[in-house]
Ligand binder design. Sequence first.
Ligand code: PGA
Length: 255
Amino acid sequence: MNNTMPEARSLVEGILKGLEQSSTNTNREFLDIILAPPFPFLSLCKELIKGHSGIHIAAQNCYTEEKGAYTGEVSAAMIYSAGAKYVIIGHSERRNYFRENNAMLLKKVEIALKNNLRPIFCIGELLNERKSESHFKVVRQQLAETIFQLKESDFCKIVIAYEPVWAIGTGLNATPEQAQEIHSFIRQLIGVKYGRKTTQNATLLYGGSCNAQNADQLFAMPDVDGGLIGGASLKAAEFVSIIDSLSKKIIDELH
Ligand code: PGA
């Protein structure tokens, strides 16, 4: 919940300008950049990215129901019609401040898929769960009760974002090794549930205090396919620098 309309406009314009001047520009076909503005700015952002390939729009949430008398809520169909391709579901702030539980999140995922949106589904443990070393159990359960209920063809449309709650907005990022450890665990779980091909193709993002300083090291991890960037995405130059880090990883992998 940051930025007014004029601020959002100048942020997106700054990002687009930064991308034009960056090395990422020449490698755009290998990576997807997704901008996830608040609801009132979805159409504006869609308009601004016109003609820029490889850049997409996501909403930050959607409601569990198709349509009707749910004043104040926003449906997946509305989001899709505003030009978004993705929707973030299950962000820890939604889980914690708005009491969204796994059953509700599964409904949101299903309604998003039904309306042609690809969910960016967030999972991750709280600080006390990390301290008591139950993070593997927590993540396994979050997956089992939500997106692992989907049939394989639907699961393939999901982007997973692992975000340790203690790292979101705190300046405390997971170390690259911690991120790799749990990403590789998640990939194993996907493999057991859906098989090798699906797990190889799955996209696993890391989120939580990812910034221009630590992006290189985080993205260097083999099972970290990208990032879900919060605070650092509010500064155009820093966000572009993070995208450049991912672009470098992709080029290295292609060689
Ligand atoms: P952060 O936020 O990058 O500011 O930690 C991540 C998020 O909101 O998911």
